[in-house]
Design a protein around this ligand. Structure first.
Ligand code: MEV
Length: 345
């Protein structure tokens, strides 16, 4: 992985997609499979070389103006306009720290972040930010990392910032497409690309979150401690739904995929991760003609997905009535990509 550019550092832009979990969130934490797909909304990170050692982050679309991270000797100094550190910045900062340690290079850059998705909505923005930052920073230092290196560094960023994370979001931001992911008995995760070639017209509805992913994962863990057999059973059923859904996706049986989304939502609701507002969106989507709908991600607010072939417009109108924001999306798009904008003189 030698530096391609010697002293010349190029200005580059890397982009990584957001994601929705089609099946298996929460159960993946307990060793069951999940199916996740990329969406056609991306985070873009432009990396511009500087002549000093400062990493300056401009993240206007993340609603985080004026964050400046400075490396002084072995210390990282973070300053903001508002004297507060917002969570998206923690991922950016950690991504720069981890990739510069991995490559053993630390040079100053301006990182300009642009997002086509709302942050913290359960669409995997933190993973897209982490993965795009890793690739942009590495490339502008003259290094091309392999997808496996990017996915593994990205997962480290999420684990170090969140304390607990499966590699689901960082894998899909890296590889794109539709992936089945499952933990093995040794604690490692295996990924499998599902070549469904199925168009999945999805509508996403979003409402504000009342809890973070970390809090929701903890809440489920506590429920499991109180009702071990019951919650184990629910997790196992979610695993069965996911495997059935894999077969339905491969057979392109969208009616069945929709039906299984409904079952998956019911099981998530029984874990207590849905709420009144999410359920409202789930049910209006079905009433408007969606083949299936479910919450996606950790829950406690956040996003709902509805599978709506031929009814995307109508379903979106209905979901809009109950959502803070809606998006029509195409899924299964490509993973992280990087291009050079110009070489430094
Ligand atoms: C969050 O998007 C999905 C969870 O399963 C947590 C994780 O997989 O890290 C709830």
């Amino acid at each position: 992985m030698p530096s391609l550019f010697g002293g010349l550092m190029p200005k580059v832009v890397a982009s990584a997609p957001g994601k929705v979990t089609l099946f298996g969130e929460h159960a993946i934490v307990y060793g069951y499979p999940a199916i996740v797909t990329s969406i056609d909304r991306r985070v873009y990170v432009t990396s511009e070389p500087r002549n000093d050692n400062t990493v300056k982050i401009m993240a206007l679309d993340l609603r985080v103006p004026g964050i400046i991270v400075t490396y002084k000797d072995n210390e990282v100094v973070v300053g903001t306009d508002y004297g507060q550190s917002l969570s998206a910045v923690a991922y950016l900062n950690k991504a720069v720290e981890i990739v510069s340690e991995y490559l053993n290079v630390r040079k100053g850059v301006n990182l300009i972040v642009r997002s086509e998705m709302p942050v913290g909505a359960g669409l995997g923005t933190s993973a897209s930010v982490s993965v795009a930052t890793i690739v942009a920073y590495a490339k502008s230092m003259g290094y091309d990392l392999s997808p496996d290196e990017v996915a593994s560094l990205g997962w480290r960023v999420e684990k170090e910032v969140q304390g607990i994370a499966s590699p689901m979001d960082t894998s899909i931001a890296t590889y794109g497409g539709i992936l089945k992911i499952q933990a093995t008995s040794t604690g490692k995760y295996v990924r499998e690309k599902l070549n469904t070639e199925t168009e999945l017209p999805i509508v996403i509805g979003y409402v504000e979150r009342t809890a973070t992913t970390k809090e929701m994962v903890k809440m489920v863990k506590k429920l499991k401690e109180r009702y071990p057999d019951l919650v184990d059973g629910i997790m196992k059923e979610i695993g069965t739904v996911t495997l059935e859904a894999e077969k339905a996706l491969l057979k392109r049986d969208l009616e069945k995929v929709g039906e299984l989304m409904n079952i998956n939502h019911g099981l998530l609701d029984s874990l207590g991760v849905s709420n009144y507002r999410l359920n409202e969106i789930v049910y209006v989507a079905r009433a408007a003609g969606a083949l299936g709908s479910k919450l996606t991600g950790a829950g406690g607010g956040g996003a709902v997905i509805a599978l709506a072939p031929n009814t995307q417009e109508r379903v979106e109108v209905a979901m809009k009535l109950h959502s803070t924001m809606t998006l029509k999306t195409r899924v299964g798009v490509g993973g992280v990509a990087v291009k050079e904008l110009e070489k430094a003189p």
